[in-house]
Design a binder for this molecule. Structure first.
Ligand code: SAM
Length: 681
């Protein structure tokens, strides 16, 4: 006998037709303009039905629910700090790179003092809002607790959910997430700085609109297209491309002061790669480098685009060059006397005249672009550089790097798919569709100089950090990387995250995406070391983790005032150490997190000197009246020895002083020696 299904209250069959839903659907079909994110916009509906709307209220721009709040969120100061984690870092003592684990909103706030106007290029690849990405909800009142809870760092942490299209706040949530972060990011850019943001069709138009609002329409650089591969299951068009939206902090400044951006032409990259390989063998033996290049050209097939540059076979300290004619193209050039540097006699003037007017010629000679022959009987020649070693790629001098070209606006994926790169690094595809680090390194090389800082605050698997290191390794440059990544929990029950979670288990780390970022950097860095572990590049990174401040806020319990007073007598949160407080001070005072720190015992107390004596910190306890005098004298002597360029600041722990007299005495001793900026925490 067939089973009889018992209908319950929740079964659709027991409910009457939902008239409202039907009406809404009918209205949507008739007047789609009256809907935004699946909800009726009654103002628009009224106007579509002929009701007059006051034109005063119509403004140009994108508005969404929560925009004002998003603006405020960017302004509210962070109550957090960044805890140093030397044990998870690589080359802690010497590196200039940073890997910060935390919510980027808070981290961007904390970096405002130390890194304002310092970053040359920001590249970000935020969640695209595909419905599967989670969008981290900021909490206006206490975002640090919210962060700790969402990332499972406090008991009973909430589960982060994804931003689905049916949530009714699909675009809103995404805009609320990105808007304050972009505002904060802008402050970190140098005046000649640029930001590039990856995005797909879902949010491209919204992204362009908020970027034009935040960075200014006049600072729009380009929307680049990144062809990342065909999707064969598509039913209409195979959307294999994405975009990279570029804005400058101040495009007028870049146009006015910086040379045009250029990159090597096709074929030149192979030559430069060979040159780098030869350099790693022959160092600066220019003759050996030159012979190596000659052999390389010979080995190339005739079809190779590099072959046509085979005249560029000479090497000097500047790079790879060829000899070039120094006469005026087409004839009719100036014919002044140019003395030979050894014989002092005027050199033979080319029939067509010199290529440059006299003034320019003198500059070219001074800058080493003109090569004289053994004596004056032959004209000198011009050195035309195919490649200028380690310099800013943007050199458009006509005798230097003449084989450079402007970049096109379409990028193609590199021959090695980035998913394979994941397998090569991790042994597994632990991160879905990471960005191609070779393409990123090309973009970074194109618009940054050799020691610039590059920031990615949606670091994911760390492709941008990898790109910066790849570039430094190749060009011998010293670009710095700053990565920020949320410790986004990985769920081993989720099919898409199971591999990554298992990988974290296998290396004994927490199941989070930031563990993958750090591990990628460690593994990639190791490939740039030689067999004895040495490297000429900075492939280290300092790890910091976002958490609540080290300094306890005064939050008395009204029912137990006595106890809360006692608790607050010690201002520093239990479990935090001296180094933690020291780095919070650096952030609050606006010092670089990689600034050199020296530590010394003075009268048995630990004293730190930050940045060559700019900041002196002593957080020791037990500063009694007997200790004050010798400790003060020791600090004064150390500052004199360090001779900082600016007036030093000295900081103590307030509860370190035995009493108020000890504190006053210390201030007096320092002030007598001209040190007036003295504070206690
Ligand atoms: C699209 S992925 C970036 C992938 C990266 N470009 C790569 O090649 O591996 C975006 C990343 O941003 C991270 N993320 C999302 N919200 C964040 C937040 N509030 N703070 C820091 N990172 C966040 C996500 O965990 C995710 O790993």
């Amino acid at each position: 006998m067939p089973e009889m299904k018992k209908l319950g209250q929740n079964d659709p069959e027991t409910r009457s037709v939902d008239v409202v839903v039907g009406n809404v659907e009918a209205l949507k079909a008739l007047l789609p303009d009256a809907f935004a994110e699946g909800k009726i916009d009654f103002e628009v509906l009224k106007s579509l039905l002929g009701d007059t709307v006051d034109e005063k209220d119509e403004k140009y721009g994108l508005s969404w629910h929560g925009k004002r709040r998003a603006r405020q969120i960017a302004l509210a100061p962070s109550t957090g700090t960044l805890l140093p984690c030397p044990e998870e870092s690589v080359d802690w003592e010497t590196t200039q790179n940073l890997m910060i684990e935390g919510d980027n909103l808070e981290v961007l706030k904390l970096l405002q003092k130390s890194y304002a106007n310092k970053v040359k290029l920001i590249y970000i690849d935020p969640p695209y809002n595909t419905g599967k990405d989670f969008v981290y909800p900021d909490d206006f009142r206490d975002n640090i607790s919210n962060y700790l809870e969402l990332t499972g760092q406090t008991d009973g942490g909430r589960k982060i959910s994804s931003n689905t299209e049916s949530s009714g706040r699909f675009h809103t949530n995404w805009l609320n997430m990105l808007y304050p972060r972009l505002r904060l990011a802008r402050q970190l850019l140098r005046q000649d700085g640029v930001i590039f943001i990856s995005i797909n069709d879902k949010e491209l138009s919204n992204l362009l609109t908020i970027c034009s609002e935040i960075f200014g329409e006049e600072n729009f650089i380009a929307t680049l297209v990144w062809e990342r591969g065909r999707k064969n299951d598509a039913r209409r068009f195979s959307l294999g491309h994405e975009y990279i939206v570029g804005y400058a902090k101040d495009l007028a400044h870049i146009e006015e002061l910086l040379p045009a951006w250029r990159e090597p032409k096709e074929g030149v990259t192979e030559i430069v790669e060979e040159y780098d390989r030869l350099k790693s063998i022959h160092g600066s033996d220019f003759e050996a480098l030159s012979s190596g290049l000659v052999e390389f050209y010979k080995s190339l097939p005739d079809t190779s685009p590099a072959k046509k540059y085979s005249r560029s076979r000479f090497v000097d300290k500047r790079g790879i060059w060829r000899d070039n004619n120094i006469s005026w193209p087409g004839g009719g050039g100036p014919k002044y006397a140019l003395p030979h540097p050894i014989t002092g006699q005027p050199c033979k003037i080319p029939d067509d005249g010199w290529r440059f007017v006299e003034e320019t010629m003198k500059e070219k000679i001074r800058d080493g672009f003109v090569q004289f022959r053994e004596d004056h009987t032959k004209s000198p020649f011009l050195k035309s550089y195919l490649y200028i070693d380690g310099s800013n790629a943007g050199n458009d001098d006509e005798t230097a790097g003449e084989k450079l070209q402007v970049m096109g606006s379409v990028f193609y994926r590199h021959s090695q798919p980035s998913n394979d790169v994941m397998k090569e690094i991790f042994g597994e595809k632990v991160f879905e569709n990471p960005k191609d680090h070779i393409v990123l390194s090309r973009l970074i090389r194109y618009c940054t100089g050799s020691s610039d800082t590059i920031l990615d605050f949606f670091a994911g698997s760390g492709s941008t950090g990898h790109a910066v290191w790849e570039l430094n390794h190749r060009d011998g440059t010293k670009r710095r990387s700053v990565m920020v990544q949320l410790p986004e929990p990985l769920d081993s029950d989720d099919r898409d995250q199971a591999l990554a979670a298992a990988f974290c288990d296998s290396i004994g780390k927490r199941r989070t995406i930031s563990e993958l970022t750090k591990e990628r950097l460690r593994r990639v860095g190791a490939t740039f070391r030689d067999s004895s572990g040495l490297t000429r590049n900075d492939i280290g990174f300092r790890v910091f983790k976002l958490t609540s401040s080290n300094i306890r806020a005064w939050t008395p319990d009204p029912d137990d005032l006595e106890n809360s007073l006692l608790k607050n007598a010690e201002h520093i949160v239990q479990g935090r150490n001296e180094q933690d407080v020291l780095f919070e001070l650096l952030l609050k005072l606006g010092l670089d997190l990689c600034v050199p720190i020296q530590t010394k015992h003075v009268e048995g107390k630990i004293v730190h000197s930050v940045g060559g004596g700019v900041l002196i910190v002593c957080l020791a306890q037990g500063l009694t009246k007997d200790v004050i005098e010798p400790l003060g004298a020791g600090i004064v002597a150390w500052i004199k020895q360090l001779a900082p360029a600016v007036d030093p600041r000295v900081v103590f722990n307030d509860s370190g002083f035995a009493d108020d007299i000890a504190k006053t005495n210390m201030a007096a001793i320092l002030s007598q020696n001209g040190i007036s900026d003295v504070r206690s925490l």
